[in-house]
Design a protein around this ligand. Sequence first.
Ligand code: SAM
Length: 739
Amino acid sequence: MTNKLAKTNVETTITPANIYLDENNTPASQKYGDVYFFTQNGAQETDYVFINGNDLVNRWRHYDSDYFCIAETGFGTGLNFFRSARYFQHFRQTYPHHRLTKLVFISTEKNPLRKNDAASIIEQWKQDDFLTGASHEATNYIDYSKVWIEQYPVPVAGIHRRHFSLNTKDCKGELVLDLHYGDATDAFAQIQKEPLGLVDAWFLDGFAPSKNSSIWTQALYEQMASLSKSTCTFATFTSAGAVKRGLQSAGFEVRKQKAFGRKREMLLGTFTGNPQPLECAARSEKIEKKSTKIDKQQAPYFARSSLASDSNDKHITIVGNGIAGAIMALKLTQRGKQVNLLWQGELPSDCASGNPIGGFYPQLNAQNNTASQIQLHSFLYASEFYKALHTLQPFSHEWCGALQIAFNDNTQARLSKLDSANLWPKEVAHLVNPEQATNIANIPIPYSCLHIPNAGWIKPPSLVQACLTLAQASGLLTLQNNTQLVSYECTDKDGIQLRLKSSGDPSQHILPTKVLNTHALVLAMGSGSESITKHVIPLRLTRGQVEMVSSNYPVKSDSVLARLQTLLCHKGYFTPAADGFHALGSTYIKNDTSCDTRDEETDINFAMHIQSIKHASWQNELQQARLNPNNYARAAVRCSSPDHLPVVGAMPNESQFQELAELYKALPLHRYPIPSNDKNVYLLTGLGSRGLTTAPLMAEILVSQMLGEAMPMAKPLLDAINPNRFIVRSLIRREPWQA
Ligand code: SAM
């Protein structure tokens, strides 16, 4: 396999910044010896250099799209972000009917401030009225700085997406922050490139070039060029000659203007796409080589196609009533799309997402590989998504943390390795000894454990209902139950023709199928996806049975299990009691698609749990709980992929087998075409038993792709979940297709 599906074993944890206050009480970086902003008039300087330097307010007024993207090189305290947010809010209030409703702010940060430092700087700003000091102000301004600190990202490399609502009684809109933790050049190289560019305006702000050459590099300017739209502008506080020449040679037209306050000059300009050769031929040659290398990095066969523009404002059909379909419906309606959600069963979430309780935790391993990174970023994004959702529409859950039990020597070695490798920040997961584990669980745990404090349990049906209720409140969602998708066909003219049959009344099965036209289709059907996609995606179906163990225990007095306060994970999981039941799961029976409940699997589930906690003094109690007549079980079929990663993106067309037939030759990437997909058909499946953890980020990825917005995950990870990866792999290895 080429590097395109390679394991991305990059550093995970990020070193936080060490800061001090200089003689003017301004936060400064010890590493770079430079200030983050100017105490007296930093907000006005931001306005002057970046907001006015890019002519933002005027450009927004004349902008003919619903989405504007700013990208920045150093996030620091977030001052530029907060000022941009404030200006955008003012713009929305002034022009509430303008079609530009969304501002995306991409920023990069190699050494993020510690949360406490960021919080005290923001607190100081509030005391000094620093953020509101400038002349240009919004009325009813929402202060995002408090929300920001509440959602402050953990120091993990990669993209941290945060959503901020602009909705007030006067205006509607959205602000999205994509904060890339890592080096700016590397981060921009990992952004999905769009054919017409992504960025409308650049803020170059990474300390003075004389103090930090790492962020003022030719490679960075080349990355900027590869991400710029044709109308893109830039602005920076510096007038350094090397910066000017570097930007020119990457295709920017550069001007100088009077700088802010007493400073002399600053640079600003426009992307023209016409690189101006540097005076020094040797240097220009070097740049040339670099730019070719960058262009080559993104394989055309993993390009991500968005909705055809003529279908963007029309309606989208989602098939599937589980967590994936419901979150997808919510996210699409939140972006103003008309959605029809249809599913085979009677009630929402009656498939794999119908289990009464599910564990919410990431499956981390001791290598920082693709799977771990996807798990971790999914978990971090989902945590924020669920917190925000719960404030809008409550659902049943508990963030009680999880203990991953080191129940045998192998697990102990694996968890110790994971902890000592320092791959994950301690606030995500850390090793605890038996005494600490006992305190956390509130019952005796005679094992070391990996503690994941932000994990917990969720009731999937309640989560699905919350998403659907919220989506329906927008007036943009219709629901259609008892409807089975038989097949679909992309038509030349009118989008996609769905063949459906009623699945409610068995007598109707003999009726002819109904036909429904839609402009876009999202297949989020879990196990139901397999038969429709098997010619291009080899999905796997696995039966799983979960036990609902009554907490009305046989041992009434001093029941230990009743005191359990955290989720216990080993080969399976055991939740604290909620509404009278613990969930104990689960079995994995490959290629079995029946949903009957089986006593022998109940035995397997209990035996697995009892074996995993065999040194616990309370394991007898669990043996007795097994006999409780109130217990019940539930079985469902999960859908996963052969590499156990989600399957998210455009539905590959079978013609990809011909279009990419020469992949085995390992030709230069630009020799391969962008392969064909079924037009406007998308997939969100293969989540296996990890849907609670992965569905929110996977849905965000798919919605961003469909609407042609910035993607919330780094390109190598996006490639790893691309639905056509199985075709690509089989062609590279020249292996026969195995559905
Ligand atoms: N825009 C910021 C604000 O509004 O507070 C101020 C930015 S501060 C002057 C420069 C930032 O760039 C610092 O936070 C620093 O850690 C970050 N930085 C420096 N070198 C970097 C690099 N190579 N990649 C990403 N960030 C970098």
